[in-house]
Design a protein around this ligand. Structure first.
Ligand code: C2E
Ligand code: MG
Ligand code: MG
Length: 594
């Protein structure tokens, strides 16, 4: 049998000119064995060189010669330095003591002059008496590994879509900039940018177009900044600019205006002209915050303010914003716990038919009885739930609960409907239609007993796409209405393209119906135009006789409001249904208003 263990390894079949070294090694069995062991141990493909005590190459293996672009014969007898000129060495000794091995990273030179990174592992060769005979060196080409390391670094610190620094790199730079600013008493400015309506562009034009849009935005922003400033993408449609040093308040304002002007021209994406804009929040060091976290929080608060004051604007941070943000953050965190603790309740507000004087159903309105914050209104927590995505959990809960109640009430009074408010983000969820279909099926609700309310702005945001989604809902048999009509685009003419059943006149018009002739004229016009389009009209926020008379007189179809009853818990509404579902007389519900 072939005894591999006793064969000299390939790498030890030395060239003739190194006989002397071989002889010396050969006289020392123990050292030779050790040498063999090391060579066997070295990774495959490593180059191996044995140099004599004068530093001349006594042996190289094929891999070493190839790696450096030489034939093996060309190297024998030449100084080992020609492969690894020490001046290029930038490595440091790693554990020189360990088992006598000396490891270092350095730059070697090929025959054609090209420099490449290597890792060298050397070990002196000594005879039994300890006299130095030469050096055994293994050489690993590190080019690939360095490339991989670079790629990993790129992945870790740069955003793959825009190639801009990502959150990690921004945080590094921010920490460094802050330390320097503290030492040198400089100012810094941090700008948070959030593209307006990007989500809609992304969902209507597709993610590829969305990515191209982001790349183009990144290029435009970069074109207006100097190298010294960091432009980073935090993810989604959020960009951050760190000005180091800060150009002062006026300088920052001028820059923010310039950044916004970059959006004036359309973006040409796949041959189509797309428009965009950005909101900007600004925090300054040291005025607004002295550490990274507070600066980020301030810039975020300012951005939130810029967004809510109408888009395409910029805002400097102010202390009042801090309180708003702190409450927002606290509510956002509290909401999750609140849901787990069962602090959310559905209330129901009765809706009445003004012609037949019958109860038609109820609108489901969410309430949060928080142990920590007390009663929080939906006007406050729904927008927060929308912005942090918590609306998906809440929305599912509302839809399910409302449908289960509707089944119960339908048994007492067949034909009652329950209206559920749907937020924009919920509606844009790709699986929204499936969710509705599943809840309808699981709850056993008759689809026509469920009415979904959308605001005009939600419907109009992605009009084309929405028509299809609404048509699909209609095919399921679900009823659809437009909430808060009059506060948005208010284009009935446009709305006729949508398969909707009813519009709800916003309560702000009803409030001044009798005292403000403009509001009266608007309400009247909405009712008559809606009727000409065969849409039902529901008036919200009816509080008194005068308003009701006006609406009955103008043939408004339905109404809800404190006049009839405030929103009430589900069990109370069950009692309400039992009490009024057989009513033929409008004075009965009117009398409970108290
Ligand atoms: P909305 O859908 O327009 O609901 C009608 C609002 O008017 C309710 O406020 C209701 O309590 C209030 N209201 C009813 N009658 C009267 C009245 O006679 N006078 C006055 N001044 N107000 C009256 P609420 O419950 O505070 O809800 C506010 C908004 O929060 C809702 O407006 C709706 O947009 C949103 N919302 C409530 N629940 C949900 C939900 O489950 N999901 C979503 N996405 N939004 C919800
Ligand atoms: Mg509503
Ligand atoms: Mg409304």
């Amino acid at each position: 049998m072939h005894d591999a263990a006793n064969d000299p390894p390939e790498s030890l079949r030395l060239d003739s000119c190194s006989t002397q070294l071989v002889n010396q090694l050969g006289q020392d069995e123990e050292r030779l064995a050790m040498l063999k062991e090391i060579i066997d141990f070295l990774p495959l493909g490593a180059g191996i060189t044995i140099s004599d005590k004068d530093g001349r190459i006594a042996y190289v293996n094929q891999a070493e010669a190839e790696m450096h672009g030489y034939a093996r014969g060309e190297l024998i007898g030449r100084p080992a330095r020609i492969l690894a000129p020490e001046v290029k060495t930038r490595g440091r000794r790693i554990d020189p003591g360990t088992a006598g091995l000396w490891k270092r990273e350095c730059l070697n030179v090929r025959k054609d002059g090209k420099i490449f990174p290597v890792q060298l592992t050397s070990r002196p060769i000594r005879n039994a008496g300890g006299a130095y005979l030469g050096m055994l060196t293994a050489c690993e080409d590190m080019t690939q590994r360095k490339l991989c390391e670079q790629q990993l670094e790129t992945l870790a610190y740069y955003d793959s879509v825009t190639k801009l620094p990502n959150r990690s790199l921004l945080m590094d730079r921010l920490h460094q900039a802050l330390a320097l600013a503290q030492r040198e008493r400089r100012e810094l400015a941090l700008l948070f940018l959030d593209l307006d309506n990007f989500k809609d562009l992304n969902s209507s034009k597709g993610h590829e177009a969305g990515d191209k849009f982001l790349q183009e935005v990144a290029a435009r922003l970069a074109s207006c900044l100097s190298e010294a400033n960091t432009l980073a993408r935090l993810g989604g449609d959020e960009f951050v600019i760190l000005f180091n040093p800060g150009p002062g308040e006026e300088g920052v304002a001028a820059t923010a205006a310039r950044l916004q002007a970059l959006f004036a021209e359309p973006f040409l994406i796949d041959g189509e002209e797309l428009y965009g804009s950005t909101s900007i929040g600004i925090a300054l060091y040291p005025d607004d915050g002295r550490d990274v976290e507070s600066l980020l929080r301030c810039a975020d608060a300012a951005l939130y303010q810029a967004k809510s004051e109408g888009k395409a604007s910029y805002q400097f941070f102010s202390q009042e914003m801090n309180q708003v943000t702190m409450r927002r953050v606290a509510l956002e965190n509290g909401m999750r716990q609140g849901l787990a603790r069962g602090e959310f309740y559905l209330y129901f507000q009765p809706q009445w038919d003004l012609k037949t004087l019958r109860l038609t159903g109820a609108e489901a309105l969410l309430r949060w009885h928080s142990a920590e914050f007390g009663l929080v209104g939906p006007d406050e927590f729904i927008p927060i739930a929308e912005s942090c995505g918590f609306i998906f959990d809440l929305g599912d809960l509302v839809l399910r609960e409302a449908c289960l109640h509707a089944v119960e009430w339908d048994r007492i009074c067949p034909g009652l409907k329950v209206a559920v408010n749907i937020s924009g983000r919920q509606f844009r969820q790709p699986d929204f239609l499936e969710t509705v279909a599943r809840v309808v099926e699981e709850s056993g609700v008759g689809p026509s007993s469920l009415e979904l309310e959308f605001t005009e702005s939600v419907i109009m945001e992605r009009a084309e796409k929405n028509i299809h989604a609404l048509q699909a809902l209609k095919r399921m048999g679900v009823r659809l209405s437009i909430d808060d009509f009059g506060t948005g685009y208010s284009s009935l003419n446009y709305l006729k393209h949508f398969p909707i059943d009813a519009i709800k006149i916003d309560r702000s018009f009803i409030a001044e119906l009798v005292s403000d002739s403009d509001d009266a004229a608007i309400a009247e016009a909405i009712i008559s135009m809606a009727h000409s389009l065969k849409l039902k009209v529901i008036a919200e926020g009816v509080e008194n006789d005068a308003q009701l008379d006006f609406l009955v007189d103008r043939c408004c179809d339905e109404a809800q409001g404190f006049y009839f009853a405030p929103p009430m818990p589900g069990e109370d509404f069950t009692g309400y249904v039992k009490r009024f579902s057989v009513s033929e007389d409008v004075t009965k519900p009117l009398s409970v208003a108290g």
